[in-house]
Design a protein around this ligand. Structure first.
Ligand SMILES: Cc1cc2nc3c(=O)[nH]c(=O)nc-3n(C[C@H](O)[C@H](O)[C@H](O)COP(=O)(O)O)c2cc1C
Length: 452
């Protein structure tokens, strides 16, 4: 049996079982637990056949069907690119007019159906564009708010010098693509989209005072820097009005605010603007919502979390109706219930732990468990991320079967020997992809590991 994170105290999960109704779309999530976005990296990818890149596969559907039966209120996909070039990585799902086809549309319908295998789930696609964080492997000069290059390569992945968007390119190259993608997923059967304004990707670059040095109406004041995020909302709503029930939310992180870019008051002002325009929810991340006893945390982590909590504490009282989800570090029912009961947030997002156990919410809500499966790399984001992607891949290898344990075949990272063995094998994979990264070659897929 898997080991679980230690708990400070037990908690009654009843609060988490309450439903949440979104203010604009009026759609309801059946409970307060959301699966946060986790990049999948396994959609189709063939540099020789770019028209067919980024199509969801049967394997991806297998995985989301498992998530769908896991008891979540809302499921959010991994970041999905709004054009075929400005990727986070090869294997991202892609939506763009230039690569549309009946085959892609059919795959998206199947993809949506997998999310909605249990129709009580809300199914959301996260939409993203890499901007200056687009790896060199996919684009030499990505489009971004400014031409300021990312110098600290993303985990050894080099990114090219960006080209600043012309003012009259912002609508056709960015806003229209977000609208097209939103309409695409709406027609496929999803309940909504989440606009990715976090983790230093394109829209976070616009918000940043440090990265956005534009002098037109999309740069300068905070109001100008936020304009694109508001215009994307309005443009989507023009095509998919609120009466359709289509949800539009977004994700922001304190980490993007903390680098001297946006101060606490600015963050609060921004979120009020997101509320005013009509966004249904804000997922706020970038820090840990609970600290596991006995864990050693780096000084930088402690500082980051302090800033996160400072903003988090003031958010709810600054906002009237928009739904607030907090994501990051939730590992125990006590931590999740405390966050909601304290009135700080309406719902909780869970990322990494969802891949160790696809039915974690069902187990939490039925009172079967008081914490997630223990992960020895909880404080090591890199290792945790690789293991998580491996577990997602493992889940993809078999279809959902109600007669089979939903978590069959998953690496149990709480098992010390299994975790050590995995880590050793991962080092060999690392060496291989580091070579590819050094040469700026695309890396498709994840570490496909099965302990046999
Ligand atoms: C494997 C992995 C992939 C992720 N991919 C995305 C992504 O595509 N988009 C996104 O907004 N966040 C992504 N994240 C961040 C998570 O959504 C979440 O904010 C973060 O992991 C903190 O939550 P947790 O402590 O519950 O894992 C990813 C995290 C992991 C571990």
């Amino acid at each position: 049996m898997s080991r679980r994170f230690p708990i400070k105290a037990t908690a009654n999960p009843a609060k988490l079982a309450e439903s949440i109704t979104f203010p604009t779309s009026k759609k309801t999530a059946r409970n307060r637990i959301m699966k946060a976005a986790l990049t999948e990296r396994v959609a189709t990818w063939n540099p020789e056949d770019p028209l067919n890149n980024g199509i969801p596969t049967q394997e991806l559907c297998n995985m989301y069907e498992k998530y769908s039966h896991g008891g979540y209120g809302m499921l959010i996909s991994g970041n999905t690119c709004i054009d075929p070039i400005h990727l986070e990585t090869a294997g991202n799902v892609i939506i763009h007019e230039s690569i549309d086809s009946p085959q892609r549309r059919a795959a998206f319908k199947q993809y949506a159906a997998a999310f909605k295998a249990d129709p009580k789930n809300l199914a959301i696609v996260q939409l993203n564009s890499g901007g200056r964080q687009t790896p060199l492997a996919y684009c030499e000069h990505p489009i971004a708010p400014s031409d300021i290059q990312l110098t600290d390569a993303r985990g050894g992945i080099a990114c090219g010098k960006p080209r600043a968007l012309e003012t009259d390119e912002i609508k056709p190259l960015i806003i229209d693509n977000f609208v097209y993608a939103a309409k695409y997923v709406y027609e496929a059967g999803f309940d909504g989209v989440q606009i990715h304004v976090a983790h230093g990707f394109l829209l976070a670059q616009f918000l940043s005072e440090r990265i956005n040095n534009r002098t037109d109406r999309y740069g300068g004041s905070l109001e100008n820097r936020a304009r694109i995020v508001l215009e994307i909302y309005e443009a989507i709503r023009e095509i998919i009005p609120a009466e359709t029930g289509f949800i539009i939310g977004l994700k922001v992180t304190s980490a993007d605010f903390d680098s001297g870019d946006v101060k606490v008051d600015d963050a609060l002002w921004l979120c009020k603007e997101f509320e005013r325009i009509g966004y249904d929810f804000i997922e706020f991340g970038g820090g840990a919502n609970e600290v596991i006893e006995g864990e050693i945390r780096a000084a930088s982590t402690i500082k980051r979390d302090a800033f996160y909590l400072e903003v988090a504490k003031q958010l709810r009282s600054s906002l009237d109706k928009i739904i607030l989800y907090f994501t990051g570090g939730f590992r125990t029912v006590h931590g999740m219930v405390s966050a909601v009961e304290s009135g700080l947030c309406d719902g909780v997002g869970i990322g990494g732990p969802t891949a160790s156990e696809f039915d974690l919410p069902a187990k939490i809500l039925s009172g079967q468990v008081q914490s997630a499966i223990f992960n020895p790399w909880n404080q090591d984001y890199g290792l945790r991320k690789y293991a998580c992607n491996t577990q997602m891949w493992q889940a993809q290898q078999t279809p959902y079967d109600p007669n089979v344990d939903i978590n069959a075949g998953l690496l149990d990272v709480s098992d010390e020997a299994a975790a050590e063995k995995y880590k050793k094998a991962l080092l060999v994979y690392f060496a291989k992809i580091s070579e590819a990264n050094k040469k700026s070659l695309p890396v498709h897929g994840v570490f496909e590991y099965q302990d046999i």
